[in-house]
Design a protein around this ligand. Structure first.
Ligand code: ACM
Ligand code: ZN
Length: 249
């Protein structure tokens, strides 16, 4: 969301733990679960730039496509990620947490001695498997803390456990729900062409959304958990515009 600071529009912001308790209580009265996603290892630029031992290298920023990721080669980075969720988990009294796991630039991992040492020590094939290893470490941590994990469909690329629930967002990765349901993973269906409500209504108009066959690419339709409408707010300037984008779709 935008905040105005010195009449400049700034993107970002945060909730205090007290504010989150209010949000959870308000939603609870309305039968809504609020599932937190602190996206890792990809979209973590604020964290990796402000704390030591979390990124691969001292210099962080934006590469060709995405920002510098967490370094799965460093134990300190894993500890940092778990510590974040140690604070998050008690605030959200639900079955699931969302790890993120999308849009990870892996170029740093290819060059980072710690990442390469981890790959070698674990006998992994490549950086995709390093991502899977990281996601798997986090899932084990969630399990120990009584939570089930959801992850974006990129998590499939280097293999996932069959307990992860996948959110399928990449319309162009049509095999993701097939692969996921074949190995018994539940899938939340939200291909961006139809279900990204912040995009223009081109393909995501009311009719296209309502007539979409949610089991289109599923090997086992009973594993389709449901649909999700995503309304990313970074390009939504006001709450009124947000409601306009969301409803009636
Ligand atoms: C996503 O839109 N990167 C999930
Ligand atoms: Zn690294």
């Amino acid at each position: 969301r935008y905040r105005e600071i010195d009449s400049k529009k700034m993107y970002g912001g945060f909730y205090t733990q007290e504010q989150i308790k209010d949000v959870v209580a308000y939603a609870g009265e309305r039968g809504i679960d609020v599932i937190p996603e602190i996206d890792m290892p990809g979209h973590m630029l604020a964290a990796v730039s402000n704390y030591d031992g979390v990124a691969c290298f001292a210099e962080t920023g934006w590469g060709h496509t995405f920002s510098s990721p967490v370094c799965p080669g460093k134990d300190s980075a894993l500890e940092f990620c778990k510590n974040i969720y140690k604070e998050i988990i008690p605030l959200f009294p639900y079955e699931y947490v969302h790890i993120g796991g999308d849009e990870v630039a892996k170029e740093n991992w290819e060059k980072c001695p710690d990442c390469q040492a981890r790959i070698k020590a674990l006998g992994l094939k490549n950086e995709h498997e390093l991502q899977s290893w990281f996601i798997d470490q986090m899932e084990q941590f969630f399990t120990q803390n009584g939570k089930k994990m959801i992850g974006w469909d990129e998590c499939i690329e280097g293999g996932i456990s069959n307990t992860t629930t996948i959110s399928w967002w990449r319309s162009w990765a049509k095999d993701a729900p097939t692969i996921a349901t074949k190995q018994g993973n539940k899938v939340i269906v939200m291909p961006n062409h139809r279900f990204y409500l912040d995009n223009d209504e081109d393909q995501a108009d009311l009719q296209n959304i309502y007539t979409y066959d949610v089991a289109e690419h599923a090997a086992d339709p009973s594993l389709i958990f449901g649909v999700q409408g995503a309304l990313w707010s970074e390009r939504i300037p006001t709450i009124h515009r947000l409601f306009y984008q969301a409803f009636p779709r």
